[in-house]
Design a protein. Structure first.
Length: 492
């Protein structure tokens, strides 16, 4: 295939060259009807590029095949059989993948470190999850993806499971042994779904961890906007092999997706593919070298430690690490990640990717250069100089791995849609949660609908909120109360 093509971008250019006159949505009509202040802030080109996908960019029958051609080129670039674009983020893509493997009341093996979008998929679908525990580093208070042996044991205990879902890389950069997990699944003729939202860059550089399609996964979900060069909400899901019908996967995506896809997002994904197919090896190689230098420079700052290969990879831990998420442990500085992130934003206009009770993360991509990493290093050095202002670090009661897990007494869907009430947090021990409670970022729920609440998890969340933890999904974000099933509610 000719990867100098960019079908969506080229069709958009033709649209403007011909001067098409739209009597269709969007109603701003190429920006003529847009708010003047919005045009001033966003720019006229945003509105000019916001055209109807079908009956605009392409004719109403899609006879030009603009999107189809762009998806074929993407699949070729990343060595997949089929690729589908989504303008609703990987949150939709993950749900579509899950629904193509399992249906209501069928079983799916799911790593318990899954993103909240996966849990939302369980709630919508009624799929019965069997949780596969992540590899937990109790000393560093961090979870890594489950191993192949963990999935093999789960299949042995639940032979009815229709497939498996694993998250790799994690938001912290820890990677699973996808090749071995795929082998476990394929011995049983079961498909493997990989939530690889943080791995858009992986197919384009041999120095990075193996990506899902090369490792043998059946479906892989990727956020082009996270580590790639697309626009927010741009996502693709890739398919290979014969265990999932591509027509079924497309149908599930159509069931959940919008009938008004944003051409801007399609164009961003199309352009990203072309850029990487032509220059990806060079760009990602430079990004890796830059990440190595930045990691070394941060490690040399007193009080800071950069989590690396020796911290994350080994027996009982992850199989590999992506070095581009630069995770900085602040334990030696006696400062919390929440306070450090807030200080960097307020004093230096530097936004950390994520923050927890002891870490912040600076996500590097191919777009960073000496000016951005230099500003990061300067802000971190000044953070160390002003650490006294941020001490003492508020104590967060992090549970042990055994305390962290709670029994799942109801399906997530049944609990979420059941008869519920809000009770004080101190009265919630032993009650069945009816909502997700998710520290965000990274977006991995600490509480799921249907779990029986335990004191250590509630104490963790209570102390976490007091320390600066963000909980966007519970009915009461301050967690003075929590939503639970009315007592006496029974599972089906």
């Amino acid at each position: 295939m000719d990867h100098t093509e960019a079908p969506v971008l080229e069709a958009l250019a033709r649209y403007h060259e011909r001067g098409f006159l739209p009597f269709t949505p969007p109603g701003h009509k190429q920006g003529r009807g847009a708010d003047p202040e919005a045009r001033k802030v966003l720019g006229d080109e945003v509105f000019r590029a916001d055209v109807l996908a079908f009956g605009g960019l392409d004719d109403r029958l899609q006879s030009g095949g603009v999107l189809r051609r762009a998806e074929e080129l993407m699949a070729d670039a990343v060595r997949a059989d089929h690729t589908f674009f989504s303008t609703c983020g990987s949150s939709l893509s993950a749900k579509a993948a899950m629904l193509s493997v399992a249906g209501p009341h069928e079983t799916l093996l799911v790593g318990r470190d899954a993103h909240k979008s996966v849990i939302s998929g369980l709630i919508i679908s009624g799929v019965r999850p069997v949780w596969v525990e992540p590899r937990w580093d109790a000393a560093r208070h961090i979870a890594h993806p489950p191993s192949a042996d963990d999935f093999a044991r789960a299949f042995a205990d639940h032979p009815e499971a229709k497939g498996a879902l694993v998250t790799s890389p994690t938001p912290y950069g820890a990677c699973a042994d996808l090749a071995r997990i795929a082998e476990v699944c394929h011995r049983l003729r079961r498909p493997l779904i990989v939530d690889e939202a943080w791995g858009a860059h992986l197919p384009f550089c041999s120095g990075l961890p193996s990506w899902a399609m090369d490792a043998g996964a059946d479906v892989c979900v990727t956020s082009i906007h996270k580590m790639g060069g697309g626009l927010e909400q741009g996502s693709v899901f890739h398919l290979q092999g014969d265990l999932i019908d591509p027509a079924v996967l497309k149908s599930r995506a159509d069931l959940l997706g919008t009938t008004s896809p944003n051409v801007l997002l399609h164009a961003g994904m199309d352009a990203w593919r072309r850029h990487m197919a032509l220059h990806g090896g060079e760009l990602m190689g430079a990004a890796l070298r830059r990440a190595h230098t930045v990691r070394t420079d941060i490690e040399a700052i007193d009080g800071l430690h950069v989590d690396g290969h020796d911290d994350y990879v080994g027996p009982g831990l992850a199989a590999d690490i992506d070095p581009l998420p630069v995770v900085i442990d602040l334990t030696g500085l006696a400062v919390s990640g929440y306070r450090a992130a807030d200080w960097l934003r307020e004093r230096h206009d530097v936004n950390a990717h994520l923050a927890d009770h002891r870490r912040i993360s600076a996500q590097l991509t191919h777009a960073d250069d000496a000016s951005t990493t230099g500003a990061l290093l300067a802000s971190l050095r000044e953070l160390v100089d002003h650490a006294d202002e941020l001490r003492p670090a508020p104590e967060v009661a992090v549970p042990t791995p055994g305390e962290l897990r709670m029994d799942q007494s109801h399906l997530p869907r049944d609990a979420y849609f059941g008869s519920v009430e809000d009770v004080p947090l101190d009265s919630a021990v032993g009650r069945v949660a009816a909502e997700m409670v998710t520290p965000y970022p990274p977006g991995i729920p600490a509480v799921l609908p249907g779990e029986v609440l335990k004191r250590p998890v509630l104490d963790y969340l209570r102390t976490g909120v007091a320390a600066g933890m963000n909980l966007p999904d519970p009915a009461d974000p301050g967690l003075h109360t929590i939503r639970v099933l009315v007592e006496g509610t029974r599972a089906d």
